[in-house]
Design a binder for this molecule. Sequence first.
Ligand code: AHG
Ligand code: MN
Ligand code: MN
Length: 334
Amino acid sequence: MSHTNQTLGEFIIENQSSFKYTSGELSRLINSIRLAAKVVNHEVNKAGLVDILGAVGDTNIQGENQQKLDVYANEKFIQTMTKRNIVCGIASEEEDDFVAINSQDENHQNKYIVLIDPLDGSSNIDVNVSVGTIFSVYRRVTPVGTPVTIEDFLQKGNQQVAAGYVIYGTSTMLVYTTGDGVNGFTLNPAIGSFYLSHPNMQFPEDGQIYSVNEGNYIHFPKGIKDFIKYCQKEEEDRPYTSRYIGSLVSDFHRNMIKGGIYMYPKSSKNMNGKLRLLYECNPMAFLAEQANGKASDGFTRIMDIEPTELHERVPFICGSKNMVEKAEEFMRNA
Ligand code: AHG
Ligand code: MN
Ligand code: MN
């Protein structure tokens, strides 16, 4: 049962037994993500102070050597997950190849792999707009006791055991699923604890917001252009409202709460769109479906796509069920 004053730590312990693998490792993994999220949050919050802190000689911040925040976030998440003997490999937007992690005894006993976009929407950092972290968790498919391989990372989204995001916004939240609904936790910065603030999050079935980079309109496929025209048409509940932050996590988060659709279609410039299947689209698709929404490439369910490489891109349409189905209808009929 959920209590509104429940912390994330308490929630993890209380819900551990409802998860089908009950060894507690997944709970410890979520715990490590919670910890890294707090550390990164602290750094993201100071983003505008970089020069000032550098000038007074902060040891970690030295003028031009200042690390980019997405590199910093990458290191923090990898470090935190590496130390715990749970994860055997991590793939990240910031690493060309996956990182293999040996358990302390070097026997490759760790069972989980993690894919991560350490800082999503990072171009928004300089202008004080919300950014996020996206993560996706699988059990390895190669046998325990052997080194992790690329095969462990190229699994379909429907094999995910957990996924979530951290949003560093007006407040910082951690939102995740282990396949039993979606729950959102808000950080109380004074105490440093996440509290269950959004139990059982659900996309409204219909929505009135569409989120797409309309500057690329001219390059979009006909089906997407037709759907955008549909969104703009004068009808009883239309035209819809256009809202695009340019930070997938933030656009998704708003649409899940208010009802809406996010699209990053393919274009004549980017044949597969821009977003990455393994650490952007699949985790968001898992969350969307667990929250009664939908995610598609226009024709196929995102989580049924067979991945072929670590950093592959895919067109992405995600949000309120009826809106995604409408967009798919326009794609089919184009
Ligand atoms: P990242 O910062 O990890 O590279 O991802 C940015 C992504 C996504 O968050 C956002 O919705 C999209 O790129 C914005 O792209 P455009 O600027 O092309 O609209
Ligand atoms: Mn991203
Ligand atoms: Mn990123």
